[in-house]
Each structure stands twice: as structure tokens, then as C-alpha cells.
Design a protein around this ligand. Structure first.
Ligand SMILES: *[C@@H]1O[C@H](CO)[C@@H](O)[C@H](O)[C@H]1NC(C)=O
Ligand SMILES: *[C@@H]1O[C@H](CO)[C@@H](O)[C@H](O)[C@H]1NC(C)=O
Length: 193
């Protein structure tokens, strides 16, 4: 690479980082629940605003926040979660960004969920605490293919079950790990929560 190309690349990279700082990270995925909507000036709206404010203050302390605001039929329940290795300030930034973004993406939904690299925020007009959410899911994949899928899948499964065990006994329910794949390749897995 010539030095002018290199300098140019550095400019692009710096500019990209600058934009990221100004506009924040992009969400990975989101869902708006379409089953129930609220209208402008609905008490649900002010409860939701209060809930998101509470989560913003609560979440960075432990990496996890949970709460309900209001009473039926205007009650809203929410949670926010930061990845286990995310610093307090980045957690705070992410929860703030997620709350603003989900409000723009699902302005009248009584339920919504949004994922970022660093955090997730979810709210619903029903109590969902302590329940496994099998409804809201998405996946992302590496575009490159593995040369030996059988070995790869076997080792991935082994590592995942090991990490699940490990994560279950840590305070943040979080674990990362890596495994030798042979041919000087490594498999990295993380984060789990
Ligand atoms: C709620 O709003 C969304 C988006 O505007 C719409 O697609 C959906 O049908 C609405 N749901 C109800 C129950 O009105
Ligand atoms: C990976 O494998 C799929 C299915 O065989 C193929 O369609 C795709 O082009 C491959 N991707 C790469 C990056 O080699």
C-alpha cells in the first residue's frame, strides 16, 4: 500500500469513527410489537418515558435494569441489559441510544425490543419478567465458510455448552472462550448472556 493510500485509509477510518461518535452505533435488529398501539397523550406514553429514564439510571450500575411504571391498563414493563464486558459509560451511552432509537422506530407500539452490539432494551404492556423470550430472535453469520463443518460444529457445540455452564455461576451470567481447531485456526465464542 502506498503511503498516500495509507493516509487516505486513515482519514476514512477516522471519519467513520467520528461519525460513530456523533451518531452512535447502529442497532443490530429490532421488533415493534404490532398487537397493541397507544395514541398521542395516552398515559402509556408518559409511563414509558419514565420507565426508559429509570432504566437509563439503573442499568449501568450492574449491567442490568428491570422495572415497571404505572398500573393496568397503562402499565409498562421493561428491561435493559449490557454485554458483560461493556464499561459503565459505554453501557449508559448504549441504553440511551437504544431508548431514543426504539422510540423513533416504534413510536406507538406498546411493546418493542432493540439490540445493539453493547446492549438491548425491551418493553411490553404485559409482565414478561423471569420468562424466556422465544418469540423475539434474530441471527447473524460470518460470510466465510469453514473447511470442515462436522468438526467445526462438534467443537462449537462443546465450547458453547462449556461456556453456558461457566456463565451460569458468574454474577453477570457472562463467559467468553476459545478453542483450538487445528491447522493453526482458532474458534472464538462470546459473549453469552
Ligand atoms: C399498530 O401500528 C402498526 C404500525 O403503524 C400497525 O402496523 C399495526 O397494525 C397497528 N396495530 C393495531 C392493533 O392497530
Ligand atoms: C459458502 O458456501 C455456500 C454453500 O456451499 C456457497 O454458496 C457460498 O458461495 C460460499 N461462500 C464463500 C465465501 O465461499
Amino acid at each position: 500500500m502506498s503511503s498516500s493510500h495509507f493516509t487516505f485509509s486513515i482519514y476514512i477510518l477516522t471519519f467513520a469513527l467520528f461519525l460513530q461518535t456523533i451518531f452512535g452505533a447502529s442497532p443490530l435488529f429490532h421488533f415493534c410489537s404490532s398487537s397493541e398501539n397507544f395514541t398521542t397523550n395516552d398515559p402509556y406514553e408518559s409511563n414509558l418515558k419514565k420507565l426508559l429514564g429509570n432504566l437509563y439510571y439503573q442499568t449501568p450500575l450492574l449491567g442490568f435494569g428491570l422495572g415497571s411504571v404505572g398500573s393496568y391498563p397503562y402499565q409498562t414493563n421493561g428491561l435493559a441489559l449490557c454485554r458483560g464486558d461493556v464499561e459503565t459509560t459505554d453501557c449508559k451511552t448504549c441504553v440511551n441510544e437504544a431508548s431514543n432509537k426504539i422510540h423513533k422506530l416504534c413510536p406507538y407500539s406498546k411493546g418493542a425490543i432493540i439490540w445493539y452490539d453493547n446492549c438491548l432494551v425491551k418493553y411490553l404492556n404485559k409482565d414478561f419478567f423471569g420468562q424466556i423470550d422465544n418469540q423475539n430472535k434474530f441471527y447473524m453469520w460470518n460470510l466465510r465458510n469453514v473447511s470442515d463443518p462436522t468438526t467445526f460444529n462438534e467443537k462449537t457445540r462443546k465450547l458453547l455448552s462449556l461456556l453456558a455452564k461457566e456463565a451460569s455461576v458468574t454474577p453477570k451470567l457472562y463467559a467468553v472462550g476459545e478453542l483450538e481447531l487445528g491447522e493453526s485456526k482458532k474458534l472464538y465464542v462470546g459473549p453469552m448472556h
